[in-house]
Design a protein around this ligand. Structure first.
Ligand SMILES: Cc1ncc(COP(=O)(O)O)c(C=O)c1O
Length: 370
């Protein structure tokens, strides 16, 4: 049985009436840019996350860029972050002329290791940028203390973390600014690009609102050079429909993760996700670790069972960042993780038969290893 890694089409078909109506209302109102649904979504996300300010932006990548810009990160500043993340966490730093300073990750959670991060503080450090990968937040307690003790800004890359919590507080609301991606595969996913930044600071929220409109203070008057980075109204309308059932969708992901945990539990050659006690997880991605990764991947590809490698090459080894002067061996945990990690399909509309087919295929692969 072929199993897609992800499809958004089933959800659309299931709730076609709601999605069509939401999009049609935008088209009939004609408020395409920063329309009613954008401010309504911002308010609904503020309520869901329990945070006073949410600012809709064009993508998670832009949210990182505008977030760092709003925090005053600029040329020569150092920003401590993880080498094991999606490209945009780091390109946002270099695009502002700042310098990414990597610290290795925790081998169990794949998130920035606070002890390693502390070792990287220098007089040039301006901010810490932890990334909440796959299922759970980084260890925010120690990271927030580190930022506070050293007078640093903290931006949470919560692009993957919608709905996750750390000590009962929602991901994205713990630092100075938290950013989200609503890329279609995400737990809260649009039908195109979309993103958001959230903050407790009215001043930062105002700056973000200005930055997304070319730095305008009022129409055609610019207090600084900003960006064109508005959350599209049609996407906001789609996201509002999806936000209504987000907790059920998170629950559906947890049920699939639980089936994987049970079905794959006794295979010696793989390590299943490990969740820290402070974290309430959301299974945006279900990744396992195995030294047979490449062979398992080929086997699943052959059986048309969706899978993905997040991420095959850590950021310190990317060609475009060679000017930073890092080399192989600098971050052994990130490098080893990149060689052995594999993500399985997980999305709310996945069927029980599909989940079983994934488990069966993996069990067969390891049984035939001999
Ligand atoms: C950790 C992380 N940061 C940033 C992004 C960028 O978000 P977007 O694709 O919406 O630009 C993503 C998702 O793609 C991500 O997973």
């Amino acid at each position: 049985m072929a199993v897609p890694f992800f499809t958004g089409v089933r959800e659309y078909q299931r709730k076609k009436g709601l999605f069509d109506k939401a999009m049609e209302e935008v088209l009939l109102r004609g408020d395409y840019i920063l329309g009613r649904d954008v401010s309504a979504l911002e308010e609904e996300v503020e309520a869901y996350l329990d945070v006073p300010y949410a600012v809709g932006l064009a993508s998670g990548s832009d949210a990182l860029l505008l977030g760092l810009h709003a925090l005053g990160v600029g040329p020569g500043d150092e920003v401590i972050t993880s080498p094991f993340t999606f490209f945009a966490s780091v390109s946002a730093i270099t695009r502002l002329g700042a310098v990414p300073v990597f610290a290795d990750i925790d081998p169990e959670t794949f998130n920035l290791d606070p002890v390693r991060a502390a070792e990287k503080i220098s007089p040039k450090t301006k901010a810490i940028l932890p990334v909440h990968l796959f299922t759970q937040t980084a260890e925010m307690g120690p990271l927030l203390s580190l930022a506070e003790q050293n007078g640093l800004a903290l931006l949470e890359d919560a692009a993957e973390a919608f709905g996750m919590s750390y000590r009962s507080r929602k991901a994205g609301t713990l630092g100075d600014i938290g950013i989200f991606s609503f890329y279609p595969t995400k737990t809260l996913g649009a039908y195109g690009d979309a993103g958001m930044a959230v903050t407790h600071s009215e001043e930062l929220a105002q700056r973000l609102r200005s930055l997304r409109r070319h730095g305008e203070s009022r129409r055609y008057f610019h207090s600084e050079v900003g960006y064109n980075s508005r959350l599209d109204t049609l996407q906001a309308a789609v996201l509002r429909v999806k936000l209504q059932t987000i907790d059920e969708d998170i629950q559906a992901r947890a049920a699939i993760a639980s089936s994987y945990n049970t079905g794959l539990n006794n295979i010696q050659e793989i390590r299943l996700p490990v969740i820290k006690p402070e974290c309430d997880p959301v299974y945006y991605v279900y990744s396992l670790i195995t030294s047979y990764r490449d062979d398992l991947k080929s086997y699943l590809d052959e059986k048309e069972i969706g899978n993905a490698i997040y991420y095959p090459l850590p950021l310190h080894l990317q060609e475009c960042f060679s000017f930073l002067g890092y080399s192989e061996g600098d971050f052994p945990v990130a490098e080893q993780t990149a060689r052995s990690i594999l993500a399985l399909p997980i999305f709310p509309d996945m069927t029980g038969e599909e989940t079983e087919a994934v488990i069966e295929a993996i069990r067969t692969f390891f049984n035939t290893l001999g």
